[in-house]
Design a binder for this molecule. Structure first.
Ligand SMILES: Cc1ncc(COP(=O)(O)O)c(C=O)c1O
Length: 364
């Protein structure tokens, strides 16, 4: 999608796809499956088992119980299914704006309303804003859910264990159920560690969505896993069986191979992303000093505050029209998005440098 949606003279740094050659173990697993004629429906728990191994090795978390998992078509459709388990039509879903635009689109498309709890000025979870949103969401005794993005897209904020525990306590206090999108979990900066929501005190009744899709660049090979904690296992058990028909069998093979056998590849990608994060900061300081940017500790997305450039609410328009660089439009991320753009830095250093130079030209 990234390189097909715009004319050829446009550099695309928008949708969350990475410009990387695929990991050999993934290529091999897929090729072997095709050679075997193994192209039927998905079955079994191999994906969840690989995730449990990865979670134990990378995050020191032994709490991913394969018996409390389900395969789902992808992370967003999995989130929709989890929200259906804990809310009804017309109920509210709380989100931390600015946030990944499909959080609005998918929630509204399932006849729930979105209640915004803005991140604070540092791009972190704001307990006061969340408490107010939880109170609005549950007014009149309604059920409500909180769709937490961890790590956060677009700011790259990596939530701490203390922040997540505070959020869990608040949600319990208000009777709000937490569904957490942890798709970016493996993509952290050097020295940083992701904390699974279900591992924090109070998170036991959460429902999490995990996938190898972002970290190994597999979004075209659809699959994800829904994970319940000990206190939400009964909810996940109500998931209709037909949801498990949605993921692709080849997707599951690819994701499983990635988690088990392409960890060196991931480490090389993470090192490249660290270098790109540093180089983006330097490029912006040199060519676009008016842009404010706080490098995130996770994801390969950068959230750029362009309000000082005088490009109006949607600077992505000028960067595209005058600079021939495609970025994500800030207003699509909800309240707090005006005057911002999201840049995908998972590309070559050359493309990244050329993109920033072109963006600078667009404001000359
Ligand atoms: C936070 C977040 N959730 C979900 C998705 C989409 O995942 P999927 O394709 O598995 O639905 C993305 C893609 O960029 C994302 O950033």
């Amino acid at each position: 999608m990234k390189w097909r949606a715009y004319p050829q003279d446009v550099l695309p740094l928008w949708v969350a796809e990475m410009d990387v050659p695929q990991a050999e173990p993934v290529v091999r697993a897929l090729t072997d499956a095709l050679r075997r004629g193994d192209t039927g429906y998905p079955a079994g728990t191999a994906y969840a088992e690989a995730l449990a191994r990865f979670a134990a090795d990378r995050w020191g978390w032994d709490g991913l119980a394969v018996g409390r998992t389900a395969i789902v078509p992808d992370v967003m459709l999995g989130a929709v299914e989890m929200l259906k388990l804990v809310t009804g039509r017309g109920d509210a879903v709380v989100v931390n704006c600015p946030v990944y635009p499909p959080f609005y689109q998918f929630v509204r498309n399932m006849d729930r309303r979105v209640e915004e709890a803005p991140l604070d000025a540092d791009g972190r979870l704001d307990p006061a804003a969340l408490a107010a949103a939880f109170a609005r969401a549950t007014a009149g005794g309604r059920s409500a859910a909180y769709l937490l993005c961890s790590p956060h897209n677009p700011t790259g904020t990596l939530h701490t264990a203390a922040e997540l525990a505070a959020v869990a306590a608040l949600a319990r206090e208000h009777g709000v159920r937490v569904v957490v999108d942890e798709i970016h979990a493996p993509v952290v900066a050097g020295g940083a560690t992701f904390v699974p929501y279900l591992s924090v005190p109070g998170g036991e009744d959460g429902l999490s969505l995990l996938s190898a899709s972002k970290a190994w660049n597999l979004p075209g090979l659809k699959a994800a896993v829904a994970v319940a904690g000990p206190d939400s296992a009964a909810d996940l058990a109500r998931l209709p069986e037909e949801v498990s028909h949605g993921p692709s069998h080849l997707g599951i093979i690819a994701h499983t191979a990635a988690l088990d056998h392409a960890r060196d590849w991931l480490d090389a990608v993470l090192a490249g992303l660290d270098a790109n994060r540093r180089s983006l900061a330097a490029l912006l300081a040199e060519h676009l000093p008016g842009v404010r940017h706080r490098p995130g500790e996770a994801t390969y997305l950068a959230w750029l505050d362009c309000r000082a450039l005088g490009l109006g609410d949607e600077p992505a328009d000028a960067f595209l029209e005058r600079g021939r660089v495609a970025l994500n439009a800030g207003t699509s991320f909800g309240t707090g998005g005006a005057g911002h753009v999201r840049l995908n830095l998972a590309t070559s250093p050359e493309v990244l440098a050329e993109a920033v130079r072109r963006m600078a030209k667009a404001v000359e």
